[in-house]
Write a protein that binds this ligand. Structure first.
Ligand code: MN
Length: 316
Protein backbone atom coordinates (compact mmCIF):
# COMPACT_ATOMS: atom_id res chain seq x y z
CA UNK A 1 0.00 0.00 0.00
CA UNK A 2 1.10 3.54 -0.72
CA UNK A 3 0.18 6.35 1.68
CA UNK A 4 0.37 10.05 0.91
CA UNK A 5 -0.50 13.28 2.68
CA UNK A 6 -2.38 15.68 0.43
CA UNK A 7 -2.90 19.43 0.90
CA UNK A 8 -5.18 20.21 3.82
CA UNK A 9 -3.58 17.38 5.84
CA UNK A 10 -5.67 14.77 4.00
CA UNK A 11 -4.50 11.15 4.22
CA UNK A 12 -4.81 9.16 1.04
CA UNK A 13 -4.05 5.66 -0.21
CA UNK A 14 -3.09 4.85 -3.74
CA UNK A 15 -5.69 3.87 -6.33
CA UNK A 16 -5.66 3.54 -10.08
CA UNK A 17 -4.76 6.98 -11.51
CA UNK A 18 -5.10 8.83 -8.24
CA UNK A 19 -5.62 8.77 -4.49
CA UNK A 20 -8.47 7.67 -2.21
CA UNK A 21 -8.93 10.27 0.52
CA UNK A 22 -9.59 8.18 3.63
CA UNK A 23 -9.18 11.02 6.14
CA UNK A 24 -12.79 10.99 7.31
CA UNK A 25 -12.53 7.35 8.37
CA UNK A 26 -9.53 8.00 10.60
CA UNK A 27 -10.71 10.64 13.11
CA UNK A 28 -7.44 12.51 13.16
CA UNK A 29 -8.72 15.98 14.03
CA UNK A 30 -6.26 18.11 15.90
CA UNK A 31 -3.25 15.92 15.27
CA UNK A 32 -0.36 17.95 13.88
CA UNK A 33 1.05 15.05 11.90
CA UNK A 34 -1.77 12.80 10.69
CA UNK A 35 0.35 10.11 9.02
CA UNK A 36 2.44 9.80 12.16
CA UNK A 37 -0.82 9.44 14.12
CA UNK A 38 -1.97 6.64 11.81
CA UNK A 39 1.36 4.87 12.30
CA UNK A 40 1.30 5.35 16.10
CA UNK A 41 -2.20 3.94 16.35
CA UNK A 42 -1.34 0.94 14.24
CA UNK A 43 -4.38 1.60 12.05
CA UNK A 44 -4.96 -1.28 9.67
CA UNK A 45 -5.09 0.67 6.44
CA UNK A 46 -5.92 -2.45 4.45
CA UNK A 47 -9.28 -2.57 6.21
CA UNK A 48 -10.30 0.96 5.28
CA UNK A 49 -13.28 1.17 3.00
CA UNK A 50 -12.26 3.17 -0.05
CA UNK A 51 -15.61 2.65 -1.71
CA UNK A 52 -17.38 5.95 -1.31
CA UNK A 53 -14.23 7.77 -0.21
CA UNK A 54 -13.42 10.92 -2.21
CA UNK A 55 -11.09 10.20 -5.12
CA UNK A 56 -8.42 12.74 -6.11
CA UNK A 57 -7.05 12.27 -9.60
CA UNK A 58 -3.28 12.58 -10.07
CA UNK A 59 -3.71 15.80 -12.03
CA UNK A 60 -5.44 17.38 -9.03
CA UNK A 61 -3.40 15.85 -6.21
CA UNK A 62 -0.79 17.98 -4.44
CA UNK A 63 1.38 15.76 -2.25
CA UNK A 64 3.08 17.01 0.91
CA UNK A 65 5.87 15.35 2.88
CA UNK A 66 4.18 12.13 4.05
CA UNK A 67 5.51 12.52 7.60
CA UNK A 68 5.50 16.15 8.74
CA UNK A 69 7.08 16.06 12.18
CA UNK A 70 8.76 12.82 13.23
CA UNK A 71 10.33 12.82 16.69
CA UNK A 72 13.66 12.52 14.88
CA UNK A 73 15.49 11.90 11.63
CA UNK A 74 18.42 9.53 12.10
CA UNK A 75 21.26 9.80 9.60
CA UNK A 76 23.92 7.31 8.54
CA UNK A 77 27.31 8.84 7.70
CA UNK A 78 29.64 7.09 5.23
CA UNK A 79 27.47 4.04 4.67
CA UNK A 80 28.49 3.20 1.08
CA UNK A 81 32.08 2.26 0.17
CA UNK A 82 32.11 4.31 -3.04
CA UNK A 83 31.04 7.43 -1.12
CA UNK A 84 33.72 6.70 1.49
CA UNK A 85 36.30 6.69 -1.31
CA UNK A 86 35.00 9.87 -2.96
CA UNK A 87 35.11 11.71 0.38
CA UNK A 88 38.62 10.32 1.09
CA UNK A 89 37.31 9.05 4.39
CA UNK A 90 39.34 6.61 6.45
CA UNK A 91 36.35 5.93 8.70
CA UNK A 92 32.85 4.64 8.02
CA UNK A 93 29.56 4.38 9.86
CA UNK A 94 31.14 1.56 11.88
CA UNK A 95 33.37 4.23 13.47
CA UNK A 96 31.05 7.25 13.45
CA UNK A 97 27.74 5.71 14.47
CA UNK A 98 24.60 7.62 13.54
CA UNK A 99 23.74 11.34 13.66
CA UNK A 100 20.54 13.40 13.96
CA UNK A 101 18.89 15.87 11.61
CA UNK A 102 16.33 18.39 12.85
CA UNK A 103 12.75 17.29 12.01
CA UNK A 104 12.04 20.93 11.10
CA UNK A 105 14.24 20.43 7.99
CA UNK A 106 11.53 18.37 6.26
CA UNK A 107 9.91 19.56 3.04
CA UNK A 108 7.74 17.74 0.54
CA UNK A 109 7.66 17.18 -3.23
CA UNK A 110 7.75 20.27 -5.42
CA UNK A 111 9.15 22.52 -2.72
CA UNK A 112 12.53 24.27 -2.83
CA UNK A 113 15.77 23.45 -1.04
CA UNK A 114 17.07 26.81 0.26
CA UNK A 115 20.84 27.19 0.00
CA UNK A 116 21.96 28.80 3.28
CA UNK A 117 25.36 30.13 2.19
CA UNK A 118 26.27 31.87 -1.05
CA UNK A 119 29.93 30.86 -0.75
CA UNK A 120 29.84 27.33 0.71
CA UNK A 121 29.11 24.17 -1.24
CA UNK A 122 25.72 22.54 -0.57
CA UNK A 123 25.36 18.96 -1.85
CA UNK A 124 22.56 16.57 -2.64
CA UNK A 125 22.61 13.12 -0.99
CA UNK A 126 20.00 10.74 -2.37
CA UNK A 127 19.03 8.08 0.19
CA UNK A 128 16.62 5.29 1.02
CA UNK A 129 14.45 6.37 3.96
CA UNK A 130 13.06 3.89 6.50
CA UNK A 131 9.90 4.90 8.38
CA UNK A 132 9.60 3.27 11.81
CA UNK A 133 6.27 1.59 12.56
CA UNK A 134 6.63 0.08 16.02
CA UNK A 135 8.73 1.48 18.86
CA UNK A 136 12.21 -0.01 18.70
CA UNK A 137 14.60 -0.26 21.62
CA UNK A 138 17.53 -2.67 21.72
CA UNK A 139 16.14 -4.74 18.86
CA UNK A 140 18.20 -7.42 17.17
CA UNK A 141 19.03 -7.50 13.48
CA UNK A 142 16.70 -10.48 13.17
CA UNK A 143 13.70 -8.60 14.59
CA UNK A 144 14.54 -5.21 13.11
CA UNK A 145 12.33 -5.25 10.02
CA UNK A 146 9.24 -5.96 12.14
CA UNK A 147 9.62 -2.39 13.41
CA UNK A 148 9.43 -0.88 9.92
CA UNK A 149 6.24 0.79 8.71
CA UNK A 150 7.49 1.49 5.22
CA UNK A 151 10.05 3.09 2.93
CA UNK A 152 10.35 6.50 1.27
CA UNK A 153 12.91 8.40 -0.81
CA UNK A 154 14.73 11.08 1.21
CA UNK A 155 17.38 13.67 0.38
CA UNK A 156 19.96 14.37 3.08
CA UNK A 157 21.00 17.85 1.95
CA UNK A 158 24.39 18.86 3.37
CA UNK A 159 26.58 21.97 3.53
CA UNK A 160 30.30 21.17 3.20
CA UNK A 161 31.31 23.87 5.69
CA UNK A 162 33.39 23.31 8.79
CA UNK A 163 30.38 23.27 11.08
CA UNK A 164 29.21 20.28 13.05
CA UNK A 165 27.42 17.57 11.05
CA UNK A 166 24.11 18.17 12.85
CA UNK A 167 24.29 21.84 11.83
CA UNK A 168 25.36 21.19 8.25
CA UNK A 169 22.43 18.84 7.66
CA UNK A 170 19.68 20.54 9.67
CA UNK A 171 19.00 23.79 7.83
CA UNK A 172 15.33 24.32 7.04
CA UNK A 173 14.40 22.51 3.77
CA UNK A 174 17.38 20.10 4.07
CA UNK A 175 15.28 16.93 4.32
CA UNK A 176 13.01 16.59 1.28
CA UNK A 177 10.86 13.45 1.76
CA UNK A 178 8.30 11.77 -0.49
CA UNK A 179 6.33 11.53 -2.61
CA UNK A 180 4.61 8.81 -0.51
CA UNK A 181 5.38 5.94 1.87
CA UNK A 182 5.32 2.40 0.51
CA UNK A 183 4.43 -0.05 3.27
CA UNK A 184 6.91 -2.77 4.12
CA UNK A 185 4.75 -5.64 2.84
CA UNK A 186 5.41 -4.31 -0.67
CA UNK A 187 9.18 -4.23 -0.11
CA UNK A 188 10.15 -7.80 0.76
CA UNK A 189 13.88 -6.98 0.66
CA UNK A 190 15.11 -3.43 1.34
CA UNK A 191 18.53 -4.56 0.02
CA UNK A 192 16.98 -5.22 -3.38
CA UNK A 193 16.24 -1.63 -4.41
CA UNK A 194 17.84 0.61 -7.03
CA UNK A 195 18.43 4.27 -6.23
CA UNK A 196 19.08 6.98 -8.81
CA UNK A 197 19.50 10.72 -8.32
CA UNK A 198 19.66 13.50 -10.90
CA UNK A 199 20.68 17.12 -10.39
CA UNK A 200 19.66 19.61 -13.09
CA UNK A 201 18.79 16.66 -15.33
CA UNK A 202 22.21 14.99 -15.01
CA UNK A 203 22.40 11.51 -13.44
CA UNK A 204 24.76 11.82 -10.46
CA UNK A 205 24.02 8.79 -8.31
CA UNK A 206 23.08 5.22 -9.18
CA UNK A 207 23.39 2.32 -6.76
CA UNK A 208 21.80 -0.85 -5.46
CA UNK A 209 20.88 -0.80 -1.77
CA UNK A 210 22.71 -4.12 -1.42
CA UNK A 211 25.87 -1.95 -1.35
CA UNK A 212 25.08 -0.46 2.06
CA UNK A 213 27.81 -1.04 4.68
CA UNK A 214 25.23 -1.17 7.50
CA UNK A 215 22.16 -2.66 5.84
CA UNK A 216 18.66 -1.69 6.97
CA UNK A 217 18.32 -4.31 9.76
CA UNK A 218 21.79 -3.46 11.08
CA UNK A 219 21.05 0.26 11.06
CA UNK A 220 17.78 -0.20 12.94
CA UNK A 221 19.42 -2.48 15.46
CA UNK A 222 22.39 -0.13 15.90
CA UNK A 223 20.28 3.04 16.24
CA UNK A 224 17.85 1.32 18.61
CA UNK A 225 20.75 0.57 20.94
CA UNK A 226 21.45 4.31 21.08
CA UNK A 227 17.98 5.86 21.16
CA UNK A 228 14.42 4.61 21.25
CA UNK A 229 13.00 4.74 17.72
CA UNK A 230 9.42 6.00 17.75
CA UNK A 231 6.63 5.41 15.22
CA UNK A 232 7.06 7.87 12.36
CA UNK A 233 10.80 8.36 12.91
CA UNK A 234 12.78 8.31 9.69
CA UNK A 235 16.20 6.75 9.15
CA UNK A 236 18.12 8.15 6.18
CA UNK A 237 20.29 5.16 5.35
CA UNK A 238 23.24 6.93 3.72
CA UNK A 239 24.28 8.12 0.29
CA UNK A 240 26.34 6.48 -2.46
CA UNK A 241 29.06 8.21 -4.53
CA UNK A 242 28.09 11.10 -6.77
CA UNK A 243 27.33 13.89 -4.31
CA UNK A 244 27.85 17.37 -5.74
CA UNK A 245 26.92 20.99 -5.43
CA UNK A 246 23.49 22.50 -5.94
CA UNK A 247 22.92 25.87 -7.55
CA UNK A 248 20.21 28.53 -7.47
CA UNK A 249 17.39 27.66 -9.86
CA UNK A 250 18.36 24.00 -10.07
CA UNK A 251 16.43 20.79 -9.49
CA UNK A 252 16.93 17.44 -7.78
CA UNK A 253 15.15 14.19 -8.67
CA UNK A 254 15.48 11.05 -6.54
CA UNK A 255 13.94 7.80 -7.73
CA UNK A 256 13.97 4.49 -5.89
CA UNK A 257 12.59 1.38 -7.59
CA UNK A 258 9.04 0.76 -6.43
CA UNK A 259 9.08 3.75 -4.05
CA UNK A 260 8.42 6.58 -6.49
CA UNK A 261 10.10 9.73 -7.67
CA UNK A 262 10.79 12.76 -5.46
CA UNK A 263 11.32 16.06 -7.27
CA UNK A 264 12.33 19.35 -5.63
CA UNK A 265 13.76 22.70 -6.68
CA UNK A 266 16.76 24.67 -5.43
CA UNK A 267 16.90 28.36 -4.56
CA UNK A 268 19.63 30.69 -3.34
CA UNK A 269 17.14 33.45 -2.70
CA UNK A 270 17.92 33.74 1.03
CA UNK A 271 21.60 32.80 0.95
CA UNK A 272 24.06 34.76 3.05
CA UNK A 273 27.85 34.91 3.01
CA UNK A 274 29.40 32.43 5.43
CA UNK A 275 31.16 35.30 7.25
CA UNK A 276 27.80 36.98 7.81
CA UNK A 277 26.26 34.15 9.84
CA UNK A 278 25.30 35.22 13.38
CA UNK A 279 28.01 35.42 16.00
CA UNK A 280 28.50 36.89 19.45
CA UNK A 281 27.09 40.41 19.82
CA UNK A 282 26.19 40.35 16.14
CA UNK A 283 29.79 41.02 15.10
CA UNK A 284 31.36 39.53 12.01
CA UNK A 285 33.18 36.25 12.61
CA UNK A 286 36.88 37.08 12.92
CA UNK A 287 38.28 33.82 11.65
CA UNK A 288 36.53 32.96 8.47
CA UNK A 289 37.38 35.02 5.47
CA UNK A 290 40.33 37.35 5.13
CA UNK A 291 39.02 38.55 1.77
CA UNK A 292 35.69 39.70 3.20
CA UNK A 293 35.18 43.46 3.50
CA UNK A 294 35.77 45.04 6.88
CA UNK A 295 38.79 45.70 9.11
CA UNK A 296 41.52 43.08 9.07
CA UNK A 297 42.23 41.39 12.40
CA UNK A 298 44.95 43.21 14.27
CA UNK A 299 47.88 41.70 16.16
CA UNK A 300 46.05 41.60 19.48
CA UNK A 301 43.13 39.78 17.84
CA UNK A 302 45.53 37.27 16.32
CA UNK A 303 47.31 36.72 19.62
CA UNK A 304 44.02 36.08 21.41
CA UNK A 305 42.95 33.76 18.63
CA UNK A 306 46.15 31.76 19.05
CA UNK A 307 45.58 31.67 22.80
CA UNK A 308 42.22 30.09 22.19
CA UNK A 309 40.29 33.24 23.06
CA UNK A 310 37.87 35.19 20.92
CA UNK A 311 37.70 38.90 20.55
CA UNK A 312 35.03 40.51 18.42
CA UNK A 313 35.59 44.15 19.34
CA UNK A 314 37.62 46.77 17.59
CA UNK A 315 41.28 46.63 18.69
CA UNK A 316 42.69 49.74 17.18
MN1 MN B 1 23.63 11.33 4.16
Amino acid sequence: MRIARLTGDRIAVRGEGGWWDVTDQLQLEGHGDPVRAVIERGTDLERLDVVGAPFVRDADAVLLAPVARPSKIVGAPVNYRDHQIEMQEQKSIADYGVFLKAPSSIIGPGQDICLPYSDQRTDQEGELGVVIGRRARHVSRTDALEHVFGYVPILDITVRSGEDRSTRKSFDTFSPVGPYITTRDEVPDPAGLTLRCWVDGELRQSVGTDELIFDVPTLISYASHVMTLEPGDIIATGTPAGVGSLTDGGSVVLEISGLGRLEVGVTGRDSIAYADRPGPAGERRGDVDATAPGPAPGRAHWAMHMAGLWYFGDLT
